[in-house]
Design a protein around this ligand. Structure first.
Ligand code: FAD
Length: 439
């Protein structure tokens, strides 16, 4: 824990706060509120008059260790976390598979947990009542509710606000928690101190996460899908696992916008600063972690395939039971396949973090950073910083698509050139292939 600071002000000021909202749930004075900030992220606001500097918000904060870490050079194992087994698979129900993010395993296993009374509720995210383009935590107690909250939402969600209700809830006692690495960090920190929380969250599903684009990112995508009528729903993926942003309006009309990830989010436009400090791609702190199977062998699959890292006997058991019940199909794969599927982000999050950290915190480096890493990081940080400005977002809105596509093509070429150099430098592979995992 950060001992010098008795509340999370310094974490907020350093732009390290991910808005997970764990501090909101555990502040004994109730003096923390979570608000949508001008930068398109959720941030705590502390009522200084009420704050007694008890330090609990710092204690439960997922990023509280950050100020004590000088070096992020982990080993591969430390970066990936505990691994029991790895799988590729999907839900055997086509309706679930086609309407989830990739293989529909999270939705299918959540439904299995409810139907078999393994848990009383599933904590996940769904749209808010006021605005279909904003999302909040939901406790699903029926399988229909789980179905409604499926699919990835590439937008910040103050998920851990719900922990306050979970701790105070009397009737229901066993929950499955589904969250991103930053949500899990806050949850696990809090569970170390609050026994009730530890006892109630009996199962945790983690979602692989390269980064979570800001709220401004979603608003930008909505602008790219003009519609005359009020928006009823937004989706970040089409049927199967196609990377298409979709708006459904109240008249039942649908407007689509293709390949937004490749053009904007993948190049770190609309990335919040805190994501540049994160070192957890694979959601280390949970029972089962899930991601997309971006592998050559599944490219032709139109329905969607997910990857799983099973990390505990609980997780392994659940998978085994649902497989026996014919609810899911899973194949054993090696950890190197998981890494291969996330290769670019693996290097970006893992090997390039120290350089980014030094750049963003303006730390003077003792030795020079490897040049391709430094250039790659600078381009990504520049994209993120530019998209914090309204004038730049306006520019993105009016710039002709063909011109922007040209820029994307060029910058992607440049970035892959640097990434190849980085693979060669780190993996020592002349062809730029990744072969550096030491398990
Ligand atoms: C911000 C973000 C970044 C991601 N980055 C990567 C990546 O780099 N590499 C990769 O392989 N996969 C990534 N994923 C995960 C991927 O999109 C799929 O969620 C994953 O493969 C599981 O697929 P599924 O079909 O089993 O999920 P589904 O069955 O559709 O279930 C998805 C679950 O995730 C919950 N959820 C959705 N959005 C959020 C959110 N913002 N915060 C918390 N919970 C949420 C839903 O409520 C639902 O329970 C990311 C997901 C998100 C939300």
């Amino acid at each position: 824990m950060c001992k010098n600071h008795r509340n999370i002000k310094k974490i907020i000021q350093a732009q390290l706060c991910t808005g997970c909202s764990t501090c909101y749930s555990f502040c004994p004075q109730g003096c923390i509120d979570i608000v949508e900030s001008g930068r398109g992220i959720f941030q705590p606001v502390i009522d200084e008059m009420k704050c007694r500097n008890c330090g609990i918000c710092v204690m439960v904060c997922g990023n509280n260790e950050f100020f004590h870490q000088n070096d992020f050079h982990h080993t591969d194992q430390r970066f990936i976390g505990l691994v029991r087994n790895c799988y590729a698979g999907y839900s055997n129900c086509d309706e679930i598979r086609m309407n989830s993010s990739s293989g529909g395993l999270i939705t299918q296993l959540s439904i299995f947990c409810l139907e078999n009374k393994i848990v009383d509720g599933v904590i996940c995210v769904d749209k808010t009542a006021e605005n279909p383009a904003r999302f909040e935590a939901r406790i699903c107690k029926t399988t229909d509710q789980v179905r409604t909250s499926r699919k990835s939402k590439y937008i910040p969600v103050p998920l851990n606000r719900i922990l306050k209700d979970i701790v105070n809830e009397r009737e229901y006692n066993r929950y499955l928690f589904i969250g991103l690495p930053c949500h899990l960090k806050g949850l696990n920190n809090a569970a170390n101190f609050y026994k009730t929380l530890n006892e109630k969250i009996i199962l945790k599903f983690g979602i692989f996460c390269s980064h979570t684009p800001t709220i401004a990112g979603t608003d930008f995508l909505i602008h790219q899908c003009p519609t005359q009528k009020r928006i009823k729903d937004i989706f970040y993926r089409d049927q199967g696992w196609k990377n298409t942003f979709i708006i459904q309006n109240e008249a039942g009309e649908v407007v689509k916008y293709d390949n937004y990830w490749g053009k904007y989010f993948g190049l770190n436009f609309f990335t919040p600063k805190y994501c540049f400090f994160c070192d957890d791609l694979f959601a280390r702190e949970c029972d089962l972690s899930f991601g997309d199977a971006w592998l050559e062998e599944y490219k032709a699959d139109k329905k969607g395939v997910s990857l799983i890292i099973s990390r505990s006997s609980l997780g392994e058991n659940l998978l085994h039971r649902s497989f026996q019940a014919d609810k899911v199909s899973v194949n054993n794969i090696g950890i190197e396949k998981i890494v291969e599927s996330q290769r670019e982000y693996y290097y970006f999050k893992f090997s390039m973090l120290n350089d980014r950290r030094n750049k963003l915190l303006k730390i003077r480096q003792s030795g020079k950073s490897y040049l391709p890493i430094s250039i790659y990081n600078s381009i990504m940080i520049l994209h993120a910083q530019l998209s914090e400005y309204r004038f730049f977002i306006l520019f993105l809105k009016i710039v002709p698509d063909v011109f922007f596509k040209g820029y994307v093509k060029l910058i992607r070429r440049l970035l892959s050139f640097f990434m190849r150099k980085i693979y060669q430098n780190i993996a020592g592979d002349k062809d730029g292939h990744n072969n550096c995992y030491n398990f």
